[in-house]
Design a protein around this ligand. Structure first.
Ligand code: MSP
Length: 535
């Protein structure tokens, strides 16, 4: 049986990838959605103390890029260079994406290895020359099956995703014997129930494979913007074969065997549901054909919709992330989409929903809690965090709440990729801490100057502070800026050390924040939107 990522990630690098994006245009919310999810997963595992490798990049070959460049009067490479440097890399930096590498498929570290890979398949007899004619969608860079097409008002046959007419392509190509891999793939899905995530995506793939696979055309000869087929330079390699191999070439396939052994295969390939079949069928078959191990999991996210349709540049519905980060801030942006949409399902973006959730959860529940607590420690204890000497049942319930939140969030985010569920757990805990303060009324206890009264006040404030310490650790992978601000405000940098060094597993241990930590009041973590817009 083939080894998989999940069988071995405890001892090796936990490897997460995003799709590599077509650079025919600038990124929109849909692209950023997957990349942010990958970043959160990566930071989460890093904070568990694991070695993690997070890869993203750009897919630069094929007809789609070639046509866009031509329409703009530049060469494809010039076009890609411009878009990568001016649009894609800056957006990931702006969104605090902590990728370890960024691969471009036009780089020689990729192209040379893709040629080796396909040559190996050819030598093994996995590739043959044949002819094919069929409907092709340039938007998807994919031949469609006749049964998959939609019909336009004028009777034209349309790609069901791009809603644009398909072109009939007829070519003599090289073919990969994909049809032979159906039984082996089905066996793999059966033996590894988590291989495709979520279950609905798994079922779709299983049903598709059960219907029987056709061989796959892996070269093109009608245009030349691609990697040359090594044994026949009149052909370039099909862009999807080229693209999928980025996951191997970027981690040392054929060039750095130590890194490759340590990192490959990926533990999680994050992909949009429209590119699931490439990742869950073609990619594993390619790996099987070359005796390479299969990834641990292919996780398909749903689409961000606008007006019920997939948000996309080609439909002119692509919204730039910067338009939202200007208004809500980068942390809130990273939080919103993962919080509001169950991962794996489609979700509609709405300005109103974002505003309402920001106000209620980030500004009122979380931000206010942090600033109220800091203000009280400053007012009643001159900013020095007091000891909790009078803890009782109410405090025990908060302590237990934190321990449960840590365990549940770790399971949901770290293992199940249930980002919305994991974030909800943390925000429910924040609500619990707010409820605790409302019930304990420290502002009233503060009026009691007796020794008992002071001890009680100290205990209440310490309890809220240590609860917030736990929240800062849990929210750091999702919202690194505001978590750091909270960490600073709790004086935890000086007393506990850097936030990124705090292990998730320890976040629920009660009493980690030392009494004596110096609490200060920084800026509001999540200012009211009216104030933010004015600033
Ligand atoms: N280049 C290929 C991927 C190759 S991976 C080896 C590609 N590129 S893409 O730029 O068109 O799309 C990249 C990803 O963005 C896909 O996972 C796609 O699902 C995602 N999204 C594009 N629009 C989206 C939404 N509106 N919503 C969510 N994700 C969307 O396909």
């Amino acid at each position: 049986m083939v080894a998989t990522g999940s069988d071995r990630h405890s001892t090796r690098t936990y490897y997460v990838s995003t799709p590599i994006y077509y650079v025919n245009d600038a990124p929109h919310l849909g692209h950023a959605y997957t990349t942010v999810a990958g970043d959160v997963l990566t930071r989460w595992h890093r904070q568990r103390g694991e070695n993690v490798w997070f890869l993203t990049g750009t897919d630069e070959h094929g007809q789609k890029i070639m046509r866009t460049a031509a329409a703009n009067g530049v060469t494809p490479k010039e076009w890609c260079d411009k878009l990568v440097e001016e649009a894609w890399r800056p957006l990931w930096a702006h969104l605090n994406i902590a990728n370890d590498d960024f691969i471009r498929t036009t780089e020689s570290r990729h192209t040379a290895r893709v040629q080796e890979f396909i040559q190996d398949l050819h030598d093994k007899g996995e590739i043959y020359k044949g002819g094919y004619q069929g409907p092709y969608c340039v938007g998807c860079e994919e031949y469609k099956l006749p049964g998959e097409l939609a019909e336009g008002d004028d009777g034209a046959q349309l790609c069901p995703i791009h809603r644009k007419p398909v072109e009939i392509l007829k070519e003599e190509n090289y073919f990969f014997k994909l049809s032979e891999y159906g039984p082996k793939l089905l066996e793999h899905y059966e033996n590894h129930p988590d291989f495709i995530h979520p279950a609905s995506a798994r079922n779709e793939v299983v049903n598709f494979v059960k219907q029987g696979l056709q061989d796959l055309s892996v070269s093109r000869s009608t245009f030349d913007w691609g990697i040359k087929v090594p044994w026949d330079d009149k052909h370039v390699i099909y862009v999807w074969i080229d693209a999928l191999l980025n996951y191997a070439t970027a981690v040392g396939y054929g060039s750095d065997s130590a890194m490759f052994e340590e990192t490959f295969p990926a533990d999680v390939h994050l992909v949009g549901k429209d590119i699931l079949r490439f990742h869950a069928i073609i990619w594993p078959a390619m790996l099987m054909a070359n005796n390479l191990p299969l990834p641990g999991r292919i996780a398909a996210n749903g689409w961000l919709l606008v007006g019920g349709e997939k948000m996309s540049k080609s439909n002119l519905t692509g919204i730039k992330p910067q338009g939202l980060t200007e208004h809500f801030g980068v942390d809130a942006y990273r939080w919103y989409f993962l919080r509001a949409i169950a991962f794996g399902q489609d979700g509609s973006f709405s300005w109103e929903d974002f505003t309402a959730r920001y106000t209620s959860e980030l500004a009122n529940d979380y931000g206010n809690l942090a600033s109220r607590l800091a203000a009280m420690v400053i007012k009643y204890f001159a900013g020095v965090l007091p000891k909790a000497t009078a803890a009782g049942e109410a405090e025990r319930v908060v302590q237990e709440g934190l321990a449960n939140a840590v365990a549940a969030a770790d399971r949901k985010i770290g293992e199940e990729l249930d980002f919305a569920g994991g974030i909800a757990v943390v925000f429910d805990f924040i609500k619990q801490v707010n409820g605790y303060l409302t019930e304990q009324e420290p502002w009233k206890v503060a009026k009691d100057d007796s020794e008992e009264g002071r001890a009680r006040l100290a205990t209440i404030l310490y309890t809220a502070a240590d609860a917030l310490r736990g929240c800062a650790v849990l929210l750091n992978p999702l919202m690194p800026q505001s978590s750091q601000e909270l960490w600073n405000s709790l004086g935890a940098d000086a007393s506990l050390g850097v936030l990124a060094g705090q292990r998730i597993q320890d976040a629920g241990d009660w009493g980690r924040l030392p009494a004596g930590s110096e609490v200060t009041k920084g800026q509001a973590l999540f200012p009211r939107l009216e104030d933010r817009t004015r600033a």
